[in-house]
Structures are given as C-alpha cells and as structure tokens.
Design a binder for this molecule. Structure first.
Ligand SMILES: *[C@@H]1O[C@H](CO)[C@@H](O)[C@H](O)[C@H]1NC(C)=O
Ligand SMILES: *[C@@H]1O[C@H](CO)[C@@H](O)[C@H](O)[C@H]1NC(C)=O
Ligand SMILES: *[C@@H]1O[C@H](CO)[C@@H](O)[C@H](O)[C@H]1NC(C)=O
Length: 216
C-alpha cells in the first residue's frame, strides 16, 4: 500500500527533476505548475484570502500565501538555481516574473471538478502569459522573457495529491482511489507534452515515453 503511494509520488517528482539536470549550469527560467506543495501565493491572490500565522513565521516573518511556516521545496529549488523566488501568476501587486512564473494553486488537482485552477487551467494561464509577453516585449513591458528563454526554461509539475483526497472525500474505497491514478498521470502527461510542444514546436511524446519507462 505504501509502495504504491511511493511509486505515484516518485512518478510526479521525476517530472520535476528530469529537465533540471540539463539546465542547472545556466541562468534558469522556471515555470511551475501544481498544488499547495508549491503554491507561493496563488490561492490567496486568486480568491482574496488572508492566510495568517503560523504561515510564514519561520523564514519570511510575514504571511506570503504559502501553506507553510517557511519556505516550500520550490523556494529551495529557486535558491539552488540562484534565481528569485517565483511570484504567482495571479499576484497583481508587484509580482516579479523576471526569473519565471508560478502557476501552482493550493487545492488544485488534475481533475477539473470542484477545485479552482486545475492543471488544465494552469496550462492555459501559461499560454496566455506567453502570448501576452510576446505582445508586450517589443514595447519593453511585461516580464521581457525571451523566446529562447521560454524554450530553455524548466517546466516543473507537482500535482496529484488532491485527486487522491477528492476521491476519498467522495467516499471511494482505497482500491477505487488507486484505480484513478492512471487517469491523473495521463492528465499530467498531457500537460507535460503540451509544454514540450510549446518549447520545441513539435511533439515531445517520445521524451515522455523515455522518461516514463524509467519509472517504477
Ligand atoms: C526573519 O527574522 C529573523 C530573526 O529576526 C531574521 O534573522 C531573518 O533574516 C528574517 N527573515 C527575513 C526574510 O527577513
Ligand atoms: C495564443 O496565441 C495563439 C496565436 O498566436 C492563439 O492560437 C492561442 O489561442 C493563444 N492562447 C491563449 C491562451 O491566449
Ligand atoms: C460520504 O460518507 C459520509 C458518511 O457516510 C456522508 O456523510 C457523506 O455525505 C458522503 N459523501 C459523499 C460525497 O457521498
């Protein structure tokens, strides 16, 4: 039982780490998709919520919209890459998108039912961001992220946990919840492939298959 969970999580985390290995030497742009594990202020900005202490008490000394008392793993990745912490796409007050954008929203799932900003919406938000950046760049406005930077960026995904909790809260049995895993992974796969098409202009399905073959 624990092994099955472990496999599922390893599958999700590998999607994050696989591209990191190639780009860790150069200045990096990071686009992140996911749930509360890596939400740096999306749900609070999107719904106008206040998330008070203990959130933020150990590192930032203020509330940041992270569902955490300090930094999230995505913040440590940013520190490792020597880039600024990622602002959230939905943050309208003073966001800093020069090193990338965070689209992860607490509560998000790969399914589109009953949760705000599911993975498919986050992908559309990225496409909107990219279009808008292209439109504003000639005027020297916006994030100024260039075409090559979009292509060479790291795209990280950490999502799936809320699919499991939604299953349990819908009174599915353990076995029934496990049976939803392939659909969740398939939705993550589609998002990853979509990003690959955006990056390279052709399908990266083969890359996914190569990556996926190494999973347990
Ligand atoms: C938070 O407060 C501690 C203790 O006062 C301080 O050392 C730290 O630099 C502060 N963190 C930030 C991000 O300002
Ligand atoms: C982005 O722009 C392309 C055309 O350049 C358009 O086909 C696509 O629908 C746009 N996507 C979004 C999310 O605005
Ligand atoms: C799940 O079961 C509980 C307890 O039997 C019940 O109160 C609840 O309404 C059920 N939820 C759904 C979504 O069916």
């Amino acid at each position: 039982m624990e092994t099955k969970y472990a496999s599922f999580w390893l599958a999700l985390m590998l999607v994050v780490l696989f591209p990191l290995m190639n780009f860790v030497d150069s200045k990096c742009i990071l686009f992140n998709f996911g749930d509360s594990n890596s939400d740096t202020g999306g749900l609070t900005a999107g719904l106008g919520l206040y998330l008070g202490p203990p959130a933020g008490r150990t590192f930032f000394n203020r509330t940041t919209g992270r569902f955490c008392d300090g930094r999230l793993y995505i913040d440590f990745i940013c520190e490792g890459l020597e880039i600024n912490f990622l602002s959230h796409y939905l943050e309208s007050s003073g966001p800093d998108f020069t090193d990338g954008v965070n689209f992860a929203v607490a509560g998000a799932a790969t399914t589109t039912t009953a949760v705000p900003f599911p993975l498919s919406t986050q992908v559309l938000q990225f496409l909107h961001f990219k279009n808008k950046t292209r439109e504003l760049r000639p005027q020297g406005r916006g994030s100024l992220i260039g075409e090559e930077e979009f292509r060479d960026a790291v795209y990280s995904f950490d999502i799936g946990q809320n699919d499991i909790s939604i299953g349990f809260s819908n009174n599915l049995t353990y076995q029934q919840v496990v049976e939803t895993f392939p659909d969740s992974i398939s939705r993550i796969k589609n998002a990853v492939i979509k990003m690959g098409e955006e990056r390279y202009g052709y399908t990266t399905r083969g890359h996914w298959d190569a990556c996926h073959r190494h999973l347990p």
